[in-house]
Design a binder for this molecule. Structure first.
Ligand code: RP5
Length: 163
């Protein structure tokens, strides 16, 4: 794995940080370098575009983008890069994150964003998906993901045994 950060975790606001820390926890567990940034498609669009245009040249391999409400960050970033972009819809007070989910998932033909579920589970799964993308080129990471999947099966079996 490269020494610099290979996963970029971007979010629309510092209010997204508690949810997006579910992504950082997973990457830290796997020892994968990441960089987190606050960038807004609406409040700092020039900075978001600049980041997206230069991300590949900086060595990033995958981008995770979390945003809520009219959540355009992942889509705007995807429009400026060929790197895979994973979108995490934030839960919102008014519409419970359905607004964020629909904003992220309904991309036009040609500009995909891999959209995960709303909230913390989505942020966690976004990191696992990022690891799976990186693992296509990294046998060591593949093995560690296999161990992780076996641990999930073991935990289900343990719960079943307890019933
Ligand atoms: C979005 O608006 C952010 O991603 C955040 O989820 C939401 C609310 O932002 P704040 O008003 O808390 O800064 O752009």
């Amino acid at each position: 794995m490269a020494k610099g950060p290979v996963v970029a975790i971007v979010m629309g606001s510092d209010s997204d940080l508690p949810v997006m820390s579910e992504s950082t926890k997973v990457l830290e567990d796997f020892g994968v370098y990441y960089k987190k940034m606050i960038l807004s498609a609406h409040r700092s669009p020039d900075d978001a575009a600049k980041f997206a245009k230069t991300a590949a040249a900086k060595g990033f391999k995958v981008i995770i983008a979390g945003a809520g409400g009219a959540a355009h960050l992942a889509g705007v970033i995807a429009s400026f890069t060929t790197l895979p972009v994973i979108g995490v819809p934030m839960e919102t007070k008014e519409l419970k994150g359905i607004d964020s989910l629909f904003s992220i998932v309904q991309m036009p033909s040609g500009i995909p964003v891999a959209t995960v579920t709303i909230g913390g589970t989505g942020a966690k799964n976004a990191a696992i998906l990022a690891l799976e993308i990186l693992a296509t080129n990294n046998k060591n990471l593949t093995k560690r993901l296999e161990v992780f999947k076996r641990s999930l099966a073991a935990s289900v079996r343990a719960k079943n045994k307890k019933l």
